[in-house]
Design a protein around this ligand. Structure first.
Ligand code: CA
Length: 481
C-alpha cells in the first residue's frame, strides 16, 4: 500500500468517525440525521477594541455585517486577550496557553533583555488548535497576517495558506506581498480586499467537500491610527464628510490630526466589515451557512485615544488596561448558538481553544501538558449561563508585566516599571484598580494603606498562578507579598 493510499484511508476513517458522532457531539436530538461536524470560520481583526464596533455601542463606525453576526449570534461583553501585543496573543489563541507557556512572549524578534526573549522552539513544540482539528479530519487553511516566530503555518497545522510573510506584523496596505503555500506572490490590491477575496474563493472551492474546514482569516486592520494608506480605501470619503469629532470618548483632544487618524481607522474597519459581509454571503450561496460556526474577535485592543494615546504614534504604549487588551468576541452558528444573547462572563483568549474544542465535541483532545489555563464556556454559547464560572483572568506580557483581573479588582505587577508609567523607579511596581468604582482604571490604589490587604491577596493569587503555569525559563522570583 502506498503512503498516499494510507493517508487517504486515514482521512476517510476520520471523516467516517466524524459523520457517526457529530449528532451526539452537537447535542442534536435526531441522531439518525447523518451530518458532519460544522466548519469553523475564525475571523480576527488586528489591534481592535470593541468600542469601534456598532454592536458594542459605537454610533459612528459602519459595521453592518459584524453587527449582524452579533444579532444572529452570542456576543461577549467582557472578553480579553492575555497580552497587549500581536504575536503573543495570536500564539495564545492557537495554543490555548499563556505566553509564559508557549514562549512567544513579545512581538516577533523583539525583546527587552535576555530574560524577556521569545523562544520559537518552545512555540513549535506546542500543539495548536489547527493541528488538533486536522488530526480529527478538518481541512485547515490560513489567510492574512500570521506574525509568529518559529516554523511556518504548515508546522502549526495548516495544510494550505495565503498569508503575509510569516513574521510580518504589518504591510503597505495598498498592495499585498504574500506567501501562498510557501511561494511568494504580489497583488496590486489593498490587502484587506485581497484577503477577503482569498477567503471567498477558498470557501467556494471547499464548501462542497466531505471534509469539514477550519478557515483562519486574520486581517491586518485596523492596526494603528494613521498607518493605512488612505488612497485605496473607498470608504474614506464617507468618513471625511460624516466623522467630525473623534469617535471615542477619549482623553485625547479633538485635533485635526487625531480626527484624520479616526477617519482612516474607521474606513479600514468598514472595509473589513464589507469583506466579512461577502464571506457570509458566500457561506449562504454555497449552502453551508447553517453548518458553519463563525467566530469574530481581534488579537488585542488598542488605546484608540484612551489615556491620550493612539497606537503606533510617537507616544505609543502597551499596557494591561482596557483599551489595550479588550477584544470583541462573537460566535454565530444558526440553531446551535443562541441568537441575540449577550454574555457578561469574564473570558480570556486562552479560554477560546478549550471552548471551541468542547463545542465541537473534542474536549478530550486538549493537550495534557503544559497545564491548561483555559476554561470551557461553550455552555454560554448554547444559552446557559454558567453560574459557577470564575470571573478571574490573567495577563502576561513579555515576561515583564503580569496582571490579574476579577469582577471587582485589577492588579498589575511589573518588573522595572509598568509600561504606561514609562518610568522605571524600582525593581517591581504594582497598580491596583477598583473595577466597580473606577472602571476606566485611572486611580491607582496600590500605595494606599487601606488597600494593602486586597493588594497582597491578589499578589499572592497572581504569584501562585504563574508559579503553576510558567515555563521554568519564565518563572519570576516574586515575593510572597
Ligand atoms: Ca495586533
Amino acid at each position: 500500500m502506498t503512503s498516499i493510499t494510507c493517508r487517504l484511508l486515514i482521512k476517510l476513517t476520520c471523516i467516517a468517525a466524524l459523520l457517526l458522532c457529530v449528532d451526539s457531539l452537537l447535542g442534536n436530538d435526531s441522531p439518525s440525521e447523518n451530518r458532519r461536524l460544522p466548519n469553523v470560520v475564525f475571523i480576527m481583526s488586528d489591534n481592535h477594541s470593541p468600542s469601534t464596533l456598532g454592536c458594542y455601542g459605537n454610533a459612528d463606525v459602519l459595521t453592518p455585517n459584524i453587527d449582524a453576526l452579533a444579532r444572529e449570534g452570542t456576543m461577549f461583553n467582557k472578553a480579553f486577550s492575555c497580552s497587549p501585543a500581536c504575536s503573543p496573543s495570536r500564539a495564545s489563541i492557537l495554543t490555548g496557553l499563556l505566553p509564559c507557556q508557549h514562549g512567544q512572549i513579545d512581538i516577533c524578534s523583539r525583546s527587552i533583555n535576555n530574560e524577556c526573549k521569545s523562544k520559537p522552539e518552545l512555540l513549535d513544540s506546542m500543539k495548536t488548535l489547527p493541528q488538533i482539528l486536522s488530526e480529527t479530519g478538518y481541512n485547515c487553511h490560513a489567510i492574512g497576517k500570521f506574525h509568529l516566530e518559529g516554523k511556518g503555518p504548515d508546522y502549526k497545522g495548516f495544510s494550505s495558506w495565503t498569508t503575509l510573510p510569516y513574521l510580518a506584523g504589518g504591510a503597505p496596505w495598498i498592495t499585498t506581498t504574500y506567501i501562498k503555500n510557501g511561494k511568494q506572490g504580489f497583488a496590486e490590491t489593498n490587502d484587506t480586499e485581497f484577503f477577503s477575496q482569498c477567503a471567498v474563493d477558498w470557501i467556494k472551492e471547499n464548501a462542497g467537500a466531505e471534509q469539514p474546514f477550519f478557515l483562519y482569516l486574520s486581517y491586518n486592520v485596523p492596526t494603528g491610527y494613521g498607518m493605512q494608506n488612505r488612497s485605496r480605501n473607498k470608504h474614506l470619503e464617507y468618513y471625511r464628510k460624516a466623522l467630525n469629532t473623534i469617535f471615542y470618548p477619549a482623553d485625547a483632544e479633538n485635533s485635526e490630526a487625531h480626527l484624520t487618524y479616526c477617519r482612516i481607522f474607521a474606513s479600514s474597519i468598514t472595509l473589513m466589515d464589507e469583506g466579512i459581509g461577502s464571506i457570509m454571503k458566500t457561506l449562504k450561496e454555497t449552502d453551508v451557512e447553517n453548518d458553519t460556526v463563525v467566530v469574530f474577535t481581534s488579537d488585542q485592543g488598542v488605546p484608540a485615544g484612551r489615556y491620550g494615546h493612539f497606537s503606533h504614534s510617537p507616544n505609543f504604549v502597551r499596557c494591561l488596561k482596557d483599551g489595550c487588551v479588550d477584544v470583541p468576541l462573537i460566535f454565530r452558528h444558526p440553531k446551535h448558538v443562541e441568537a441575540g444573547r449577550r454574555s457578561d462572563r469574564l473570558v480570556s483568549h486562552y479560554d477560546l481553544m478549550p471552548t471551541l474544542l468542547s463545542y465541537l465535541g473534542m474536549k478530550g483532545k486538549l493537550p495534557a501538558a503544559p497545564k491548561q489555563p483555559g476554561r470551557d464556556y461553550s455552555a454560554e454559547l448554547r444559552g446557559t449561563r454558567i453560574e459557577d464560572w470564575d470571573d478571574t483572568i490573567y495577563f502576561d506580557y513579555r515576561n515583564w508585566e503580569r496582571g490579574v483581573r476579577t469582577k471587582d479588582w485589577m492588579l498589575f505587577v511589573a518588573r522595572g516599571g509598568l509600561s504606561d508609567t514609562k518610568t522605571a523607579t524600582h525593581n517591581e511596581e504594582t497598580a491596583l484598580y477598583d473595577m466597580n468604582e473606577d472602571p476606566g482604571q485611572t486611580n491607582d490604589l496600590s500605595q494606599r494603606p487601606e488597600y494593602q490587604e486586597i493588594k497582597n491577596r491578589l499578589y499572592r493569587q497572581l504569584s501562585d498562578y504563574f508559579k503553576q503555569h510558567a515555563h521554568p525559563d519564565y518563572q519570576w522570583k516574586m515575593e510572597d507579598g
